[in-house]
Design a protein around this ligand. Structure first.
Ligand code: HAM
Length: 411
């Protein structure tokens, strides 16, 4: 019969990959908790309208990439990202009444119908943080610090932090008008996507990867507009304060005026963290401030800022698969005794297995050396004396000890 295969753009995370995934998840909990963040888990599907209004109906994500389906005449969508879902939950659960800042973190699968390539999947996983209730730039700095320190805790130091300010809706309008003016003569030469963006979402023009478009955007008169300091005084002050904090914290960053992000909810600070070791899909982290989103989704006027990281990309950087070994393999010809000993080890927090198939002693030892770090041998002599023999399977060193001592060693 024909074999059914995993869907394009999706991947199994296999047992041998798990140590790296557990490491990323445990570090997330450890680090984000230290900053006072609490974990939140929201549903994987939401009302389609949440993303249309939240992420923005001029974005690629909403227009081309959503997994949308109908059930009982409702339009539902597998979440393409989690900021909108967390904001929905924040509003629905009245979290604006909690004392600010409200810091939430999450991990889980996201779904985007994109063209799969290295570092880009249709089901992928993010770990992210959202901080609500603080409009001051100190929150921007703290959120960037959380991202950088999480990556450091994974042992990833060789990364680039890029920041930009998109200004507020008012000053951005002026910028958009100027940008459209200078690009008007080239409109017919732009790619079809850019022609649509020109009308709907001119800021996204800067993000185009088509070489012909990039040539146009590199022209001096266009660069003059792009590189200009278009943001208003309040937005500029916010950005300058953020830079001051980052300098004081010793976080190295560069300013990238082309950094506009692919989601509509941002204002002022946006940032990305990229790696030089990932090829074209090199962003491991993206985030920014979204001061109007809570209100736009029907909540109070609550400013917010956050980020999300692609866990598959982090896993690539963390590399090396390692199939972690069991701590102990019980070698014993008496099944009930073997079960008892294995359970005793497990109840002391030691991972343990024993032979389920009545194999000979020698075969059990072979199996132990393949799967475990220690063999815990319970032969006839040991059973009589109440001891066990502990064999280190890397060094072959062995000692006969009483059970308590053996357990303490294994711990
Ligand atoms: P995003 O930039 O769309 O932002 O995604 C964040 C990260 O998720 C990316 O930097 C990348 O590492 C990973 N990622 C995105 N799409 C894929 C894909 N198709 N395959 C593999 N990895 C991918 C957001 O999602 C915002 N919600 C971040 C945010 C939180 N902004 C404020 N708060």
């Amino acid at each position: 019969m024909a074999m059914i295969k995993v869907q394009k753009g999706t991947k199994d995370i296999l047992p041998e990959d798990m140590p790296v995934w557990h490491f990323m998840e445990e570090k997330a909990k450890e680090i984000f908790t230290k900053y006072g963040a609490k974990e939140i888990r929201t549903p994987i599907f939401e009302a389609t309208e949440l993303f249309a209004r939240g992420v923005g109906d001029t974005t690629d994500i909403v227009n081309k990439e959503m997994y949308t389906f109908e059930k009982s005449e409702r339009s539902l969508t597998l979440r393409p990202e989690n900021t909108a879902g967390v904001v929905r939950s924040f509003i629905e659960n009245g979290m604006h009444r909690l004392s600010a800042p409200v810091k939430l973190w999450y991990k889980g699968p996201m779904f985007r119908y994109e063209r799969p390539q290295a570092g880009r999947q249709r089901q992928f996983h993010q770990v992210g943080v959202e901080v609500f209730g603080i409009k001051q730039p100190a929150a921007d700095a703290e959120v960037i610090l959380m991202a950088v320190n999480y990556l450091k805790s994974l042992g990833l130091n060789d990364l680039n932090v890029e920041i930009n300010s998109l200004g507020c809706p008012e000053c951005r309008e002026v910028f958009k008008t100027k940008l459209k003016q200078v690009l008007k003569p080239y409109l017919a030469e732009l790619c079809p996507d850019c022609q649509a963006r020109y009308e709907k979402n001119p800021l996204r023009l800067l993000d185009c990867k088509v070489p012909e478009c990039r040539e146009i955007y590199a022209k001096p008169e266009v660069q003059d507009i792009i590189q200009s300091d278009f943001i208003c005084e309040d937005c500029a002050n916010h950005f300058n304060e953020l830079k001051g904090y980052l300098n004081a914290l010793g976080i190295k960053y560069s300013i990238n005026k082309l950094l506009v992000r692919g989601l509509d909810y941002y204002n002022r600070t946006v940032f990305e963290i990229t790696s030089n070791n990932l090829g074209s899909q090199n962003a491991v982290c993206g985030g920014g401030r979204y001061d109007s989103l809570v209100k736009n989704l029907g909540g109070e006027d609550v400013p917010a800022i956050g980020f999300a990281m692609g866990m598959e990309r982090l896993a690539v950087l963390l590399g090396q698969k390692n199939d972690e070994k069991l701590t102990a393999y019980v070698v014993c010809n008496d099944m009930p005794e073997a079960v008892k000993l294995a359970e005793e080890l497990r109840s002391n927090g030691i991972s343990a297995e024993f032979d389920l198939t009545n194999k000979k002693f020698v075969k059990q030892l072979e199996k132990a050396s393949k799967t475990a770090k220690y063999a815990v041998i319970l032969g006839e002599d040991e059973m009589k004396s109440g001891n066990v023999t502990l064999k280190n399977l890397e060094t072959s060193e062995q000692n006969t000890l009483n059970r308590k001592e053996a357990i303490n060693r294994l711990k």
